[in-house]
Design a protein around this ligand. Structure first.
Ligand SMILES: [Zn+2]
Length: 227
């Protein structure tokens, strides 16, 4: 009888703990996403939820004072998107149009501000991040531009390729040239790649395959993979 009572109270206690944890999780996911706060364990899920709630996503861009315009391209032949955003200007130079799904752009801003910029300051003597070399966002194409492969996440504006970085002290990082660097440049690149993995679903670096020897591919698909 005593054993049964103890078992009962253990089940009740476990139920209370699980309920509290679920409530905290729900509260955190309902709270507005702050694109100036470093990524935590729920950031990826939060961004995925913005995918299905575009108005919350645009509100996150507005709160972060992003200069953008809403953008859509009719979906046809596996290309196109509904809830996109074109970046119109930024505190840093992106070297080309940034046109992504809203939650993709939110992920990019979060990465720049809370992962890349702080790492730049730490590794390069207080330097500011001034440039991210954007090698391409929206593009109606297949994976690796190959006919036999399926549509890339770029075809639905859900991805960006980044080829390098520039800092206010004049330092430039070119992923193709600097990936194997064993000093600050290499450590910086690996830190920002790993930071991207907390935000984006798929992050492919030169560690993945030769096709990615000169850039990071970062996308907001649902499958998670990081290398
Ligand atoms: Zn890509």
């Amino acid at each position: 009888m005593i054993a049964l009572t103890r078992w009962f109270w253990e089940v009740v206690a476990a139920g209370v703990v699980v309920s509290v944890l679920l409530a905290l999780l729900a509260i955190d996911l309902i709270a507005p996403l702050d694109l100036n706060s470093p990524p935590g364990p729920l950031t990826w899920l939060h961004l995925q939820l913005l995918k299905v709630d575009p108005e919350r996503c645009y509100a996150a861009l507005d709160r972060a004072q992003i200069n953008y315009k809403r953008f859509a391209d009719p979906i046809k032949d596996g290309c196109g998107f509904d809830n996109g955003a074109m970046l119109l200007g930024s505190e840093i130079n992106h070297g080309g149009n940034v046109l992504m799904t809203c939650h993709g752009l939110a992920g990019l801003i979060l990465w720049e501000r809370t992962v890349v910029a702080p790492a730049a300051e730490r590794y390069f003597g207080g330097s500011k991040l001034v440039r991210i070399h954007n090698m391409g966002t929206y593009s109606c194409r297949n994976i690796e531009h190959k006919k036999e492969k399926v549509r890339s996440e770029h075809a639905t504006a859900n991805a960006i390729d980044v080829g390098g970085f520039g800092f206010s002290n004049g330092t430039q990082i070119v992923i193709e040239k600097d990936w194997k660097d064993t000093n600050a440049k290499g450590a910086f690149e690996r830190e920002v790649r790993d930071g991207a993995c907390k935000i984006f679903s798929v992050v492919l670096s030169p560690d993945y395959n030769p096709y990615h020897s000169n850039h990071f591919h970062m996308d907001m698909s649902f499958v998670r993979f990081c290398r």
